[in-house]
Design a protein around this ligand. Structure first.
Ligand code: C2E
Ligand code: CA
Ligand code: CA
Length: 728
C-alpha cells in the first residue's frame, strides 16, 4: 500500500485541482484564496455547485482524472474508471505516463503538443480495454504550463460494438437497438440516413424525426466551426484501426431546447456500398463536460476576485485583435498597480489585504463599461482592456478609474486611502500582439510610479529605462555586500566667516560596469523595492565610522545624513539608529538628519512622531529642499527641527531674479523668527554668496565652496582651506 506521503501528495493534488477549501494550500499565494477570504467573497452558487459536482463525478463516473508533470510523471491519478484496469487511486503517482502507454502510438508528440498549450485527445488500448483521453495544459499561478491534465473514459463497449459489427445482422440490429450510445449513419453532407432508437432517450428525437435532417442543424453554433474541421479530417481517415478513429466532441440541441454534450467517433465508410456515409458512435458526456468546463474556468480565473487571469486576458486580447484586423477596432490596455497595498498586508494581515483587493476589483468593474475586460495579473496589479471610441472617452474612463479608488477603504474600522498608477499602451499604435501590449503597459505603469503621475502612456524610451532599472534593482542588494556604495562629503560653510562646522554625506554607487552612479538614479529604485531602509542604515553607520575616523585625526565635524520618506514610516527606525550610536560611541549631536519637505508632508503625523523620537536621542534634524513642497508655516512650527535648507532652485538664479530674492529674504526672516538656522543650497558663485550673507543667511552649501568629495579628497580640501584661513 502507499505511504502517508504519497497519500498526502494525492490529496494535495486533488484539492488543488478541485480547489477544496478544506484542503487548499493555506500559504496565501497571490491568486489562491486563503480560507478566511473564502468566507468574505460574494456568494457564487454556480461555482460551489460545480465544485461538488466535479468531486461527485470523479468519485462515481467511470472516468480517470490525472495530472502529469513536465517529465510525464503522474502527480495525481483518481477516479472510479481505474477499477477496470485493476488499479487503485494514486497507484500510478510517481510512475511514468510513457511506461504506462507503451502501446499508444504518437503519445510523446501529443504530450509535447499539450505542453505547448494545446488541448488534444487520444484513444489508448490496454489489453482488451479502450480508453479515450482528453488532455489539457495544467497552468500554474503565472499562467505558465506546468504539466498536463488528463480525463480518460472507458469506451471499450463502443469499440467492441464496432468490431463485432459484422458478426450477424440480427445480432447487430439487436445490439444497436439495445445500445445506450447513439449509433447513426450520416451522408457526406451530414444528413441522417440512420439513427438508433437511443436517440429518443438521449436527445429527445425519435429516429424517424431525424432521418433526412442535417446533423449540423442540431450542433451548437459555437461548436460548428470545430466540427466542420474534424468532419473534413474524417474524409481522410480511411484507416480502420481504433487508433485512427476521428473523435469529435460537441453540443447537440435536445428536443427540449437544452444542450447536451456528446463525444462521437466517426468512421469513414463512404466506400462501403451498403453505407455510403459515416458510421458514428456517440455518447452523452455532459457530466464530463461540466468537469472540463469547471477545470477550464479555474485555470482561467483568479480565485480571489473571480476576474479573468493573465492567460484568459491574453486570449481575449488575441480574439479582439483578430476581430479588430477586420473591423479596425482600437483599444487601450491599462496596467493598474495599487500603491501602499503591501503596507496594508503587513499591518492588517493577508485576510484584510485580500478583502481590500476584492473590494478594489468590484470598484474597478463598476468603473468600466460592459465592452471592457478587467483581469487580475497577480498581487495588487490589474489589467483593463478598454475599447477606445475617442481620446476624450478614454480620458474620461481613466479619470473614472482613478476616482473610484479615491473613496477610502474601510479596514478594521480605519478609513485607508489607496491610490493607483496606470500605464497605458494603445492597440495598434504601441503593438499588435497581446504580449507586447501588456509588457508596454507594464513599462508605462512603472514610469507612472517613478514620476508620481496617476497615468502615463507608453513611450519607446520607457523600454530602455526598464532594462536599466531591472539591472540596477538586481544589483542593489549585492552592492552593499560588495562594498560598492560610498559617501561623498560636501561642506556647509558659515556664510559670514567661511568656517566649516558641518558636512552633508551624499551617497554614490561605484558600479563595477557602469562607473559612478548618482543617487537620483538609484534612490527611487531603492524606495520602490523597500531596500531604502537598509540603505539609510548603511549610510548612518558609514557616517558614524567616518566621524570616528576624522575624530582620530583631530577633525571635529557634524555629519548630515539624508533620510527617505520610508524611514519616516518605519517606526523601528529611531531604535535602530540608537543602537548604532551605542555601538560606535558617537555623540548623538554630531549626526544630523535631513528630511525633505515633501517626505515630511507625506504623513505629517508620523513624521512628527519619528522626528521627535530622533531628537529625543539628541540628534538634530533639518528640513531639506524647502520651498518645493507645500508645507504651511504652522506645520513647520510643529516639527522638532532646528535647520531649514532652502532648495537650490531659489538660490541658483537669485542674482537676476527679484522674485527669488524676495522669497529667500522672507524665508530667512520667517525661519529666524521660528529660531531656525537657514542653509542656502546650490551656491555656485561669489556674488550669490555675498548676497546671501547680506540677506542674513546663516550657512551656504554649493559647488562654489566645493563639490561633494570622497573622504580623503575632502580632508585635503579642508587642510588647504584651513591653511588659507591661517594665512589671512
Ligand atoms: P540633496 O539632499 O538636496 O543633496 C544636494 C544635492 O545637490 C547633491 O546632489 C549635491 O551634489 C547637489 N549640489 C550641491 N551643491 C550644488 C551646486 O552648487 N549646484 C548644483 N547644481 N548642485 C549642487 P546629489 O549628491 O546628486 O544628491 C541628489 C539627491 O539624492 C540629494 O539631494 C538627496 O535627496 C539624495 N541623496 C543623496 N544621498 C542620499 C542618501 O544617503 N540617502 C537618501 N535617502 N537620499 C540621498
Ligand atoms: Ca540633503
Ligand atoms: Ca537639498
Amino acid at each position: 500500500m502507499y505511504g502517508d506521503g504519497v497519500m498526502k501528495q494525492l490529496d494535495e493534488n486533488l484539492s488543488q485541482l478541485l480547489k477544496r477549501p478544506d484542503l487548499a494550500d493555506q500559504e496565501a499565494q497571490d491568486n489562491t484564496v486563503p480560507i478566511e477570504a473564502e468566507t468574505s467573497r460574494a456568494p457564487q452558487p454556480d461555482i460551489v455547485t460545480s465544485d461538488q459536482l466535479l468531486r461527485t463525478v470523479v468519485e462515481n463516473a467511470p472516468i480517470i482524472l490525472f495530472t502529469l508533470d513536465h517529465a510525464g510523471i503522474f502527480t495525481m491519478c483518481e477516479g472510479q474508471g481505474l477499477q477496470v484496469l485493476g488499479l487503485h487511486s494514486g497507484e500510478l503517482v510517481g510512475t511514468s505516463f510513457f511506461d504506462f502507454h507503451k502501446d499508444t502510438p504518437n503519445i510523446l508528440n501529443k504530450f509535447l503538443h499539450v505542453l505547448d498549450g494545446n488541448a488534444t485527445t487520444s484513444v489508448n488500448r490496454f489489453g482488451d480495454l479502450y480508453f479515450t483521453t482528453l488532455y489539457l495544459p495544467l497552468l500554474d499561478s503565472n499562467g505558465s504550463v506546468s504539466g498536463v491534465i488528463g480525463i480518460a473514459s472507458n469506451i471499450t463497449e463502443r469499440v467492441k460494438a464496432e468490431q463485432t459489427f459484422e458478426v450477424s445482422e440480427r445480432k447487430v440490429r439487436t445490439m444497436i437497438e439495445q445500445a445506450t450510445d447513439l449509433i447513426l449513419i450520416l451522408q457526406a453532407s451530414g444528413v441522417f440516413t440512420y439513427a438508433s432508437p437511443s436517440h429518443q432517450r438521449v436527445i429527445g428525437y425519435a429516429p424517424e424525426d431525424l432521418i433526412g435532417k442535417n446533423v449540423f442543424d442540431f450542433i451548437h453554433p459555437d461548436d460548428k466551426k470545430r466540427v466542420h474541421i474534424a468532419w473534413a479530417g474524417a474524409f481522410e481517415a480511411a484507416d480502420e484501426t481504433a487508433e485512427n478513429i476521428v473523435t469529435i466532441e460537441c453540443r447537440l440541441r435536445h428536443a427540449n431546447g437544452s444542450w447536451i454534450t456528446i463525444e462521437a467517433i466517426a468512421r469513414n465508410c463512404l466506400d462501403d456500398p451498403d453505407i455510403q456515409g459515416f458510421i458514428i458512435n456517440a455518447h452523452d458526456v455532459s457530466e464530463r463536460f461540466v468537469v472540463q468546463e469547471q477545470l477550464r474556468y479555474q485555470l482561467l480565473h483568479d480565485n480571489l476576485t473571480d476576474l479573468p487571469n493573465r492567460t484568459l486576458l491574453l486570449d481575449i486580447l488575441d480574439r479582439f485583435i483578430e476581430d479588430g484586423a477586420k473591423t479596425k477596432k482600437e483599444f487601450a490596455l491599462i496596467v493598474l498597480d495599487l500603491n501602499g497595498f503591501r503596507d496594508i498586508n503587513d499591518t492588517f494581515g493577508y485576510a484584510e489585504g485580500d478583502r481590500l483587493l476584492s473590494d478594489a476589483a468590484c470598484r474597478l468593474r463598476q468603473a468600466i463599461s460592459d465592452s471592457s475586460t478587467i483581469a487580475r495579473l497577480g498581487g495588487d496589479e490589474f489589467a483593463i482592456m478598454l475599447p477606445t471610441e475617442s481620446a476624450e472617452m478614454l480620458t474620461e474612463r481613466l479619470t473614472a478609474l482613478s476616482t473610484i479608488l479615491e473613496e477610502p477603504f474601510i479596514i478594521e474600522g480605519h478609513a485607508l486611502h489607496i491610490d493607483a498608477n496606470m500605464g497605458i499602451s494603445l492597440y495598434p499604435t504601441h503593438g499588435d500582439d497581446p504580449t507586447t501590449l501588456l509588457r508596454r503597459a507594464d513599462v508605462a505603469m512603472f514610469a507612472a510610479k517613478r514620476s508620481h503621475r496617476p497615468f502615463v502612456y507608453y513611450e519607446s524610451g520607457h523600454d530602455q529605462d526598464t532594462a536599466q532599472r531591472l539591472e540596477l534593482i538586481s544589483g542593489l542588494r549585492h552592492a552593499v555586500l560588495a562594498n560598492e556604495f560610498m559617501l561623498y562629503y560636501q561642506p556647509k560653510a558659515q556664510t559670514s566667516t567661511g568656517i566649516i562646522h558641518s558636512v552633508e554625506a551624499l551617497i554614490r554607487w561605484q558600479h563595477p560596469a557602469r562607473g559612478l552612479i548618482f543617487p537620483d538614479s538609484f534612490i527611487p529604485l531603492a524606495e520602490q523595492t523597500g531596500f531604502i531602509t537598509a540603505l539609510t542604515l548603511w549610510a548612518v553607520e558609514r557616517a558614524m565610522k567616518q566621524y570616528k575616523d576624522w575624530q582620530a585625526k583631530g577633525i571635529e565635524l557634524e555629519i548630515a545624513v539624508n533620510l527617505s520618506m520610508w524611514d519616516l514610516h518605519d517606526v523601528s527606525f529611531p531604535a535602530k539608529v540608537a543602537a548604532l550610536f551605542e555601538r560606535y560611541d558617537v555623540p548623538t549631536y554630531r549626526i544630523r538628519m535631513e528630511v525633505t519637505e515633501s517626505s515630511a508632508m507625506a504623513d505629517p503625523g508620523l513624521t512628527i512622531s519619528v522626528l521627535k523620537r530622533l531628537t529625543a536621542l539628541g540628534i538634530s534634524c533639518s528640513i531639506d529642499d524647502f520651498g518645493t513642497g507645500y508645507s504651511s508655516l504652522t506645520y513647520i512650527t510643529r516639527l522638532p527641527i532646528d535647520e531649514l535648507k532652502i532648495d537650490r532652485t531659489f538660490i541658483q538664479h537669485i542674482i537676476d531674479t527679484p522674485a527669488d530674492e524676495a522669497i529667500v529674504r522672507s524665508t530667512i526672516t520667517m525661519a529666524h523668527s521660528l529660531g531656525l538656522h537657514v542653509v542656502a543650497e546650490g551656491v555656485e558663485d561669489a556674488s550669490t554668496l555675498e548676497l546671501l550673507d547680506r540677506l542674513g543667511c546663516d550657512i551656504a552649501q554649493g559647488y562654489y565652496l566645493s563639490r561633494p568629495l570622497p573622504p580623503e579628497d575632502f580632508v585635503r580640501w579642508l587642510q588647504v582651506k584651513e591653511r588659507s584661513f591661517a594665512a589671512c
